[in-house]
Design a protein around this ligand. Structure first.
Ligand SMILES: Nc1ncnc2c1ncn2[C@@H]1O[C@H](COP(=O)(O)OP(=O)(O)O)[C@@H](O)[C@H]1O
Ligand SMILES: [Mg+2]
Length: 232
């Protein structure tokens, strides 16, 4: 697909994606705790803010202040953007009706109202957890994601991995619904002395992409993907 790509703001990863995400597409970032899902998603936010875009960040885990504080720690002056072009919203992941209403009904309206071109939900897995029936979860998530496709914005949904399978999202659903899947995980050396982080682009609809597994590091001021290095 031609046209300008939407950069995630992580150099080596954008290269692996063929320049970035496809405009209007939906990306899932899947990884267990501490692999950098929140970090990747705020890099995506900052990249958009620098370009003058409007952004909605829905957090189901960390409070607004923590997300904003984390950005400031990175040396980004985000305060002037708050509630002008950056909207950070914390949702309570224990109240099904409230979270469900805000995500399904209010978010699509808010996207139109603020003309958001980037949206993050971090992590979507806490929202998925709220459904008691698998069949209901599947149906509702499918509808929700399809609804987001009509919006003119590029979306990042993060998900915890399944307890027993670090290659799969918590409910093994998101990877089928989204266009692009980025998998983050720990890689342990065989002697168990060292743990490294590695990422791969598992799928990307309508585009060529790298299938290599690349090491990365979460640095104080940036995410470094060692695109020249190999994990194995
Ligand atoms: N507020 C923060 N300040 C400094 N470092 C942080 C902060 N949040 C996360 N990190 C670093 O980034 C790593 C990944 O965290 P995070 O992006 O929150 O992962 P995830 O969202 O996948 O659980 C942490 O283990 C830590 O090293
Ligand atoms: Mg997180």
């Amino acid at each position: 697909m031609s046209g300008e790509r939407v950069k995630m703001g992580i150099a080596g990863l954008d290269d692996m994606l063929g320049g970035g995400l496809i405009p209007g597409s939906i990306c899932g970032i899947i990884g267990t705790y501490g692999t950098g899902k929140t970090t990747f998603s705020i890099e995506f936010v900052w990249e958009g803010l620098k370009k003058g875009e409007n952004i909605i960040y829905i957090s189901l885990e960390e409070r607004e202040e923590r997300i904003i504080g984390y950005m400031e720690q990175k040396g980004w002056d985000v305060v002037p953007y708050l509630n002008k072009s950056l909207f950070v919203i914390k949702l309570d992941p224990t109240d099904f009706n409230l979270a469900n209403n805000r995500i399904k009904n209010e978010l699509p309206k808010l996207i139109d109202e603020v003309k958001a071109s980037r949206v993050v939900i971090d992590p979507i897995s806490l929202f998925e957890d709220l459904f008691t029936l698998d069949s209901e979860r599947r149906q509702e998530m499918f509808r929700f994601v399809e609804g987001l496709r009509d919006k003119n914005c590029t979306i990042v949904l993060t998900s915890e991995t399944d307890k027993s399978n670090v290659f799969s999202s918590r409910h093994a659903l998101i990877e089928f619904l989204v266009d692009t899947v980025i998998l983050l995980r720990y890689v342990r050396a065989s002697d168990l002395t060292d743990v490294h982080l590695a990422l791969e682009v598992v799928k990307m609809r309508m585009s060529a992409h790298s299938r290599e597994i690349k090491p990365y590091e979460l640095m104080q001021d940036q995410v470094l993907v060692y695109s020249e290095a190999n994990v194995f």
